[in-house]
Write a protein that binds this ligand. Structure first.
Ligand code: NAP
Length: 283
């Protein structure tokens, strides 16, 4: 039986610590503030934004939510970001992606001040992650590293295979594993011998976006398996990228879906907002 790495339990511990730090910072006169922007009415984005706002309030932080219509122009969105960049109450700005097609995602990410870029998507923050000298880490990979730490799983000297090379998960995940002294392989849709490579992994991270993509014959017995995927079937039922039922008996530890990586992502967003608020006191 594998150890179940519970994002619910670990994120609760992380949030408890953050709430205490928020309280202490408030005593010193600073309330960490997060502004979340959503454009259009994508149902999944609405759910994510709602839970970010709720968590923010639950941890004693200041929250602003901007729900903009589908017809919002680049100029209107950039002007809101410019205003939030200058607002001292706001320490973190998050623009929920994906944006409607007519909006320029690259320009929007570049417009958020790197000091308030709590998603860590700005090119300056991405570069700093590469160098290992950063204030913010992208929330999902950071959450995964926190889960491993909490579960006493040290990546040093292990072979970590990351399936997926997105800017949000796969690439920064590989970089954080490298900083943690793992030997890292990144796989993607053009990778040959995917099964054989995955089977060599001591730590296997799946961020593909395809339900039950990782099957039992791709997993080395005793491996640690981290499932980033969030997939919904026709009935709205959630599943990860890993065939959990058949993989779980094989591995030493595994994250479930739901209740695995997802809750950690939000906890790390709160961590980044707190970090930004602390830094604003120094500068
Ligand atoms: P993405 O941008 O769509 O990237 C998917 C990656 O999987 C790509 O690099 C793609 O390769 C690779 N891939 C696709 N088919 C493959 C195949 N047959 N063999 C090997 N690699 C293949 O996705 P993402 O943003 O990383 O998200 C992945 C999943 O994680 C989604 O389900 C998303 O909803 C979920 N997610 C969850 C959280 C969370 O908090 N739990 C956060 C972010 C994302 P190419 O580059 O060659 O196309």
């Amino acid at each position: 039986m594998a150890e179940i790495i519970s994002g619910k339990v670990i994120s609760a511990a992380v949030k408890e610590r953050i709430a205490k730090e928020v309280e202490a910072l408030k005593q010193e006169g600073t309330t960490p503030g997060l502004a979340v922007i959503i454009v259009g009415s994508d149902p999944a984005s609405q759910v994510y934004v709602g839970s970010k706002e709720r968590t923010c309030i639950e941890l004693g932080m200041y929250s602003e939510k901007y729900e903009l219509p589908e017809t919002t122009t680049n100029e209107e969105l950039l002007s809101l970001i410019d205003r939030l960049n200058k607002d001292d109450k706001i320490h973190g700005i998050l623009c929920q992606l994906p944006l409607p097609r007519h909006l320029d995602e690259g320009k929007v990410i570049a417009a958020i001040s790197p000091e308030k870029d709590v998603d860590a998507f700005h090119v300056q923050n991405v570069g700093r992650i590469m160098l290992g000298d950063y204030d913010f880490l992208p929330c999902t990979p950071a959450g995964i590293m926190e889960m491993l730490k909490y579960s006493n799983i040290n990546p040093e000297g292990k072979h970590c295979v990351v399936i997926g090379r997105s800017n949000i998960v796969g690439k920064p995940m590989a970089m954080l594993m490298l900083h943690a002294n793992a030997t890292v392989t990144i796989c993607h849709s053009r990778t040959k011998n995917l099964k054989e490579i995955c089977k060599e992994a001591d730590i296997l991270v799946a961020s593909v976006g395809k339900s039950k993509f990782v099957t039992a014959d791709m997993v080395k017995p005793g491996a640690v398996v981290i499932d980033v995927g969030i997939n919904r079937d026709q009935n709205g039922k959630l599943s990860g990228d890993v065939d959990y039922e058949n993989v779980e008996p094989l591995c030493s530890a595994i994250t479930p879906v739901p209740g695995g990586v997802g809750p950690m992502t939000i906890a790390m967003l709160m961590q980044n907002t707190l970090t930004s608020a602390k830094r604003s006191k120094i500068n």
